[in-house]
Each structure stands twice: as structure tokens, then as C-alpha cells.
Design a protein around this ligand. Structure first.
Ligand SMILES: Nc1ncnc2c1ncn2[C@@H]1O[C@H](COP(=O)(O)OP(=O)(O)OP(=O)(O)O)[C@@H](O)[C@H]1O
Length: 657
């Protein structure tokens, strides 16, 4: 740069003015043009500041100025300047301070000049069509507190103070959690994943979520908004194309813990099991030995009249007063049981049914707690278990039906029929609504067994006919699934997608006038029983291996708890035993050695493998020795993991005595 002959720079606007609003070298020889630059860089906010060009950047700083330029004025000075429309007096005060405005120290600076907002609106409309200009404009008013704003989604009449969050293109506030309220099954809350790819929906979600506490239209306690686990906050695995190939001895941190999808599934199940319903007076507090009723049916499908002999039914999740476990209770409304032994006889028969494909009946009684005579059937509860209908036909995320899945269903249904028929009972409820899917890979159970046996008196019944009907019901259920899979309705099963043997089995089941036996049916499907068994066994082994991995993590967690309990206590800082000459000092050094490693430049080393290796050796108490050095490297101790383990154990014991 030719500084000696600076004429060439005279006309070039100084970059410091553009960036910072002033140039501190202006009077110290900066060769660029400062005059025209000042006028040219007057930012949009300067409209309200009249012609006082020198003050403009100080009062209404542009983003650049806020971040960089200004030296802070004292708070009182700043407050003088932070009125919505800076008056001449304000401007004067600022001039007196002579320093630059610092937005960080100004608690309620509100650049509200209209022209500014309009300009921002215009520019940002281009950026995202989803963001309405009104919400954006007020979104930039820093006085707006999104968490205190009392807005109703989609409410267009809100005042500036409670301006709604950014809206979607349809004009309605985005709320990823609005769906479950109408989705049904609250015990089995399943939350739709929030829209990704844009930051705006997240903003809107955050507004709605926080403001729910003050919005009367939002179900604040059912489900409790604060207890909704935000599944999307878990870090997902990196996309496949970003995963580096590992050497056989290498592991990623994800491999050391439970896989994300399984963990999420289990967390959801736990949460569904633990979810409670606020006492509203609409439901009795206690029914028999059970309390904490949570309604489970929220769908709008009409109940079948035939299913419960014309009686209405309701389903609740309940907690047992006897063993504290969670069960489901089906209430059949307004029932008259003709024969007194009808209930106990049926219950005793169904109590004997032990099959992994039939939901176990635990209790049956008549209760007046609902202000009528209701039959209550208590059964095992399997959280997050949708019916086959919900899994494959009527939900937000349908599971595709495959031939393997159909075989797995058929084999399991044979197991259910085999057990129930051998107890001289009939299932009588084989249909898509009453078979629930309890887990992978396609594990199913027939729910709600035994109710008809209680409702119908024995004189009206023919066990043989009912058992034959079970086979036909199974045939119709499979046929429905096949037609869903192939897309062809109400016709004999056809098409290359379906096995010939499967077609034969379904034809056999659906034949109207023939006498059916389980042996004949099993003969038709025998070649598929072993593959289904293998897939179940593989899954069991997979989950067992994850369980054993978590077992290790559980062991280390206990060790970590022990270490954390004894390490870092305030009293230990003055205790001579924890000092450099004390007998507990190896614990201090070991803690640093495991968790606070640094490299030669002093940068922290985050090596999970090192942590796990050390903790595992400590837990096992191996005789391997390690050298622990003080941070100044002037002292070191050579000690074995065994000695450390004994020292930690004895310290812990002493503290618990
Ligand atoms: N034992 C159970 N454990 C957990 N969830 C269950 C259990 N039984 C049923 N469910 C859940 O409750 C939902 C409702 O079951 P229900 O048997 O009432 O079906 P439905 O379609 O409402 O039939 P209905 O018309 O007879 O009321 C099922 O879709 C299922 O997700």
C-alpha cells in the first residue's frame, strides 16, 4: 500500500466506518475517506434520530455495532437513552457520555421505530415464506418475552404485547405436540417428531410449550406438559455416509450403550406406564383394589355392539393397591350377572391360561364405584402396544405388512388357540382390534379374553361352535391383513406376493362348512414354525446382548456413584488425610488421572475408552499398577488398582458408618 502518496484512497470509504461506525485512526493518519462514509453508513434505525449523523450509530446500533464497536456507558446513561423514540434530550445525554452505546448492558433497549420494522419485514419475507411479517417484526422487539406471552395458537387478535410466534404458511402456529391431544390413547403417548430442517418450527414449539402453563386451551396437566419427554433432544446416530469405517478393535461411543431406537422405545413404554391422570372427579379414585385410573381409549371408532352383548365398555390403566403394579381394567357398563357363580367359574378357568400370546386375566369383579353395576376385568398391561388395526391400518406411522410378519402372526395365533382350547375355552375375540402388538419382531397377544364367558350364561353357549368360530375369525383377520398388503379387497387371496402355503392355510381357516382342528392347521404351516422360532430367538439374543452391555454400564454407574460420594467433599479439602501427605491422596490423583487428563499443551483429553478401561480395572481390582503424578509432576505414587479399590471401599465404608 502506498501510504506516502495517499491520494488514491481519498475517495474510498473507510471500512472502519462501515463496520464499526467510526474510525479511531481518523485523526491519526487514516488515509481513507471518512466524510462521505459516515453519511453513507447511516443505518436504517437512524430515521428517528433526525439529522444528527454523529450520534446515529451510538443510539440505534446496527448488529455490527452491538457486537463490536461500543465501549459501555454507565447504566444510568444508557437508561436515559433507551426510550422507544430517542428524544433530543436523550441524544444530548449520549453525546455527553461521549462513549458508544453498549447493547449488552442495556436491559430493555427497544428499537421500535416503525420504518425499521418495515424494512426488516421486507427483507426477511424473502428469506422464509413460512414466517409471517407481523410475527417477525414484533419478534425483533427485544421487549417481547416469549415465555410470558399469553397467546393462543391461531389467535389473530392478540395484542402487540402477546404477539404470536412465527406461524406456518397456513397461518396457524406450529405446534408439534398438538396432535397427541386428539390422537387417542394417552397411556400410550406417542409424539410426532417435530418438523426438522427449519429453525422456525422449533422457535414456535418453544413458545407454545412454555406458554402452555398460562394458556387455558392447552391441556396443562393431561398429559403434564413438563413431563413430556423431548425425545428429539437425544442425539441421533450420524447419518450412514458420515460413519467412518472402524477397525475390528475400534468402537464408537454409541456401541457402548443401548441403541437409540431401543432406548427410545423403552423410555416411551416406561413413561406410558407411569403416566397419571389428574383427579377431576369424573372417575372414581378407587375401584376395588385399584386406583389411579387413566383412560386408554380416545379413538372415535364406534364400539361393536356384539362384542360385549350390547354393553358399553371403557378401558383404563390402573395401579394395584396390592402389589403396586400397573394393569389394565376393562369396565363393562351396567351389567346384570344372572348366576352368582358365573363370574367366579369363568375367572377360575381363564386364570389357568398361561400363554405368551394371550394377555393374562388377573382379576374380575363387579363394582358400583362408577355408580352402576360394572363388570371390571383386570389384565396385564403392555405399555405402548397398539392393536393390529392401529399398527397396520389406522395410525400416523403404519408398519408395512410383510409375508414374514404374516407367518409370525399365524404361528403365534396357533399357540394362543392351542393353549386356550386345551383349557376348554374359546378366545371369541380374534380380530384386528383385539390382538395387540407388544414388541419386535411382530410379537402379538390376544387381549381382553374371558369377558364373554362372564356375560353369557353357560346355557346359551356351545363350546365346540365357539372354538370353530375362532378358526374362522383367524382366517378373516389374516385375510384383512393380506388385502391391506396387496391392496386388493374382498377376494380370494391371490398374487405373487403371498406364499402358496399361506394361501392354503387361510383358505382352510375360512372354509365355512368344514370341521377344523389345530393339528390340521399346524400340518399346513409346519415348515414355517422353525423360521419364526429362529427369528424370535435371534431377537432374544440381540436384546440379551444389549442387556449385558447395560449391565456393565450399571456396574460402572454404581462405581461412579461411590467415587462421587467420597470425592470432592468440602470437609475433605481441610482434612489432612486428603492432603498430599495423607493416605486418601491416591484417590484424588486417581480421579484426576481418570477424568482430568490433559495433553502436553494442557488441552483436556476426552477419551471415553480410557475412562471405561480405568473404571473396569478398578471395579475388578486387578493387580496391575499405575503411576499417579501430581499436576506439577514433582511427586508420584505407584499403586495397583487392587490397592486403590480397597482404599476407596474402606473410605466409603467409613463414611456410611
Ligand atoms: N393389555 C393391554 N395392554 C396395553 N394396552 C392395551 C391392552 N389391551 C388393549 N390395549 C390398548 O388399548 C386400545 C383399546 O383397546 P380396546 O380393546 O378397547 O379396543 P377398541 O378398538 O377400543 O375396542 P372396543 O370397540 O371394544 O372398545 C388398544 O388399541 C390397545 O392399544
Amino acid at each position: 500500500m502506498d501510504k506516502a502518496n495517499a491520494d488514491w484512497a481519498k475517495e474510498i470509504p473507510c471500512k472502519n466506518i462501515t463496520i464499526y461506525g467510526f474510525c479511531k485512526y481518523e485523526n491519526e493518519g487514516c488515509i481513507f475517506n471518512h466524510k462521505s462514509t459516515k453519511t453513507g453508513t447511516k443505518n436504517a434505525n437512524s430515521v428517528t434520530a433526525g439529522n444528527n449523523e454523529d450520534l446515529v450509530p451510538q443510539i440505534q446500533p446496527s448488529a455490527n455495532q452491538v457486537g463490536q464497536g461500543a465501549q459501555s456507558a454507565s447504566m444510568s446513561d444508557v437508561q436515559n437513552t433507551v426510550g422507544l423514540q430517542p428524544s433530543q434530550q436523550n441524544l444530548q445525554n449520549v453525546q455527553n457520555v461521549g462513549s458508544k452505546y453498549n447493547a449488552k448492558t442495556a436491559a430493555f433497549f427497544t428499537p421500535s421505530s416503525k420504518p425499521t420494522i418495515i424494512k426488516q419485514e421486507k427483507s426477511t419475507q424473502k428469506l422464509g415464506s413460512e414466517m409471517s411479517s407481523a410475527s417477525l417484526g414484533s419478534g425483533f422487539i427485544s421487549g417481547f418475552n416469549p415465555y410470558a406471552a399469553n397467546f393462543t395458537p391461531g389467535n389473530a387478535t392478540s395484542s402487540p404485547a402477546d404477539t404470536p410466534p412465527p406461524t406456518s404458511s397456513s397461518g396457524r402456529a406450529f405446534n408439534p405436540y398438538s396432535a397427541p391431544a386428539v390422537m387417542g390413547n394417552v397411556g400410550n403417548v406417542s409424539l410426532p417428531a417435530p418438523v426438522s430442517g427449519s429453525s422456525f418450527p422449533d422457535v414456535a414449539f418453544e413458545h407454545h410449550h412454555r406458554s402452555s402453563a398460562i394458556n387455558p386451551n392447552f391441556p396443562t396437566i393431561y398429559p403434564p406438559s413438563h413431563s413430556i419427554l423431548q425425545y428429539h433432544l437425544y442425539a441421533p446416530d450420524p447419518p450412514l455416509h458420515l460413519q467412518v469405517s472402524l477397525k475390528p478393535n475400534e468402537r464408537t461411543p454409541e456401541m457402548l450403550f443401548i441403541p437409540n431406537n431401543l432406548r427410545e422405545e423403552l423410555v416411551k413404554k416406561n413413561q406410558a406406564a407411569l403416566q397419571v391422570f389428574p383427579a377431576s372427579g369424573m372417575l372414581p379414585d378407587i375401584v376395588g383394589d385399584y386406583f389411579g385410573l387413566v383412560p386408554l381409549e380416545f379413538h372415535s371408532r364406534p364400539a361393536s355392539d356384539k362384542r360385549y352383548c350390547g354393553h358399553q365398555n371403557s378401558l383404563y390403566k390402573v395401579f394395584s393397591n396390592v402389589d403396586g403394579k400397573v394393569y389394565i381394567m376393562r369396565r363393562i357398563h351396567d351389567v346384570q350377572i344372572a348366576e352368582s357363580h358365573q363370574l367366579s367359574k369363568a375367572f377360575q378357568a381363564w386364570e389357568k391360561v398361561e400363554c405368551s400370546n394371550v394377555v393374562k386375566l388377573r382379576d374380575a369383579f363387579v363394582s358400583r364405584a362408577f355408580n352402576d353395576s360394572s363388570l371390571c376385568m383386570v389384565q396385564d398391561y403392555y405399555p405402548q402396544s397398539p392393536s393390529l388395526l392401529e399398527t397396520h391400518q389406522v395410525s400416523f406411522s403404519l408398519t408395512p405388512i410383510t409375508q414374514d410378519l404374516l407367518w409370525a402372526y399365524l404361528v403365534q395365533m396357533c399357540s394362543a388357540i392351542q393353549e386356550v382350547h386345551s383349557q376348554n375355552l374359546a378366545l371369541q375375540n380374534i380380530c384386528l382390534e383385539k390382538v395387540i402388538v407388544t414388541g419386535s419382531p411382530g410379537r402379538i397377544k390376544v387381549a381382553d379374553c374371558g369377558t364373554k364367558d362372564i356375560l353369557l350364561s353357560s346355557s346359551d353357549r356351545d363350546l365346540f361352535k365357539e372354538q370353530q368360530q375362532d378358526f374362522r375369525d383367524l382366517g378373516s383377520m389374516l385375510k384383512e391383513l393380506v388385502s391391506k398388503m396387496t391392496g386388493v379387497k374382498n377376494s380370494p387371496i391371490e398374487g405373487p406376493a403371498i406364499d402358496e402355503q399361506f394361501k392354503n392355510a387361510v383358505d382352510y381357516l375360512c372354509e365355512n362348512n368344514s370341521f377344523k382342528t389345530l393339528q390340521e392347521l399346524m400340518g399346513l404351516i409346519s415348515h414355517k414354525i422353525l423360521p419364526v422360532m429362529t427369528s424370535f430367538q435371534n431377537y432374544a439374543e440381540y436384546t440379551e446382548s444389549i442387556l449385558s452391555r447395560e449391565l456393565e454400564n450399571g456396574r460402572l454407574f454404581r462405581l461412579m456413584c461411590k467415587l462421587s460420594c467420597i470425592f470432592g467433599r468440602t470437609e475433605s479439602r481441610v482434612d489432612i488425610n486428603w492432603s498430599e501427605s495423607g493416605d486418601k491422596f491416591p484417590i484424588v490423583l486417581f480421579y484426576d488421572y481418570v477424568f482430568h487428563q490433559v495433553d502436553e499443551t494442557g488441552k483436556p483429553v476426552m477419551d471415553l475408552t480410557h475412562v471405561l478401561r480405568c473404571l473396569n480395572k478398578l471395579d475388578a481390582g486387578v493387580s496391575e499398577r499405575l503411576m499417579l503424578a501430581t499436576p506439577d509432576e514433582l511427586n508420584c505414587i505407584i499403586i495397583s488398582y487392587k490397592e486403590l479399590k480397597d482404599l476407596i471401599d474402606s473410605t466409603f465404608r467409613m463414611m456410611t458408618q
